[in-house]
Design a protein around this ligand. Structure first.
Ligand code: 5RP
Length: 261
């Protein structure tokens, strides 16, 4: 692997554990001021020390994150749609030149397998990889799931494999029953999204099951920043991802940290 590419991947996936806790705060790019992210800086700042990388758009990076941060950035470069329109009709919103100027560790784009715009989003991924690789920038492909898609191992396995075949360096998907099969069929590292906010104990269980099934980490948003105790939550997730603790131990960590100032 090209040195620059390898070095950037090592900024996203910690070489000492082979795992990563990415904090996803890119929701506003199609959802607007998502609950918990109304004032992004307020949400991001206390969590930054505990995130191995931050996934967000250039607008939120520029306005809501200090330029002197050492936290690696995975820049979402796809969008152009909203919850009011056809979500799968995304295009590229941000150039590689801009990504380089922002000194990112990687770029991210969503693919919509099985949707009306499947082909455009898959070719969009290929184009992005072709361009990003010229500069040694890794691409994270997000397997977006439309309302009508089943979140099962067959479908997610299909999406992840296609993303890897097209050259994605990391794939982000959803956890599902039989996740080992999804991992087995995907020759590049997989991180999982957290999905809609659930109870903290359940979200920790989700992270644990994903890691046990072979995910190399999480790219979690709402189950961290929508928690009443986001810092305690991200620290508990870290313990699962990097220290291999049990769900009970992680929940104890969450409970012992949640009233810390
Ligand atoms: C949307 C995304 C979001 O960043 C991601 O899914 C958010 O994570 P979470 O589901 O944990 O809130 O990539 O396509």
């Amino acid at each position: 692997m090209d040195w620059g590419l390898k070095n950037r991947v090592a900024r996203i996936i910690r070489p000492d554990t082979g795992h990563t806790v990415m904090l996803a705060v890119d929701h506003g790019y199609f959802l607007g001021p998502t609950s918990g992210l109304e004032v992004p800086r307020k949400t991001i700042e206390p969590l930054l020390p505990y995130a191995d990388s931050l996934m967000l758009t250039r607008g939120i990076l520029r306005t809501s994150v200090d330029g002197n941060t050492s936290t690696p950035i995975v820049l979402r470069v796809s969008g152009g749609t909203s919850i009011l329109g056809t979500l799968s009709n995304e295009g590229i919103t941000t150039t590689i030149k801009e990504a380089i100027r922002l000194n990112v560790a990687g770029v991210a784009l969503s693919i919509f397998v099985g949707s009306e715009h499947e082909k455009e989003t898959l070719l969009g991924l290929s184009d992005l990889i072709n361009e990003a690789e010229e500069y040694g920038i890794p691409v994270l492909a997000v397997t977006a799931v439309g309302k009508d898609m089943a979140r099962d191992a067959r479908y997610l396995g299909l999406c992840c494999r296609i993303a890897a075949e097209l050259g994605a360096h990391i794939v982000k998907t959803y956890y599902c029953e039989g996740f080992e099969e999804v991992v087995r069929g995907c020759p590049v590292p997989i991180v999982i999204a957290g999905g809609k906010k659930i109870e903290e104990g359940d979200a920790l269980q989700l992270a644990y099951d994903a890691i046990q099934s072979g995910a190399i980490g999480v790219d979690m948003g709402r189950n961290i920043f929508q928690s009443e105790h986001p810092v305690a939550m991200i620290r508990a997730v870290r313990a699962i991802v990097h220290k291999n603790v049990s769900v009970n131990e992680a929940f104890e960590i969450f409970n012992s940290l949640k009233n810390e100032k």
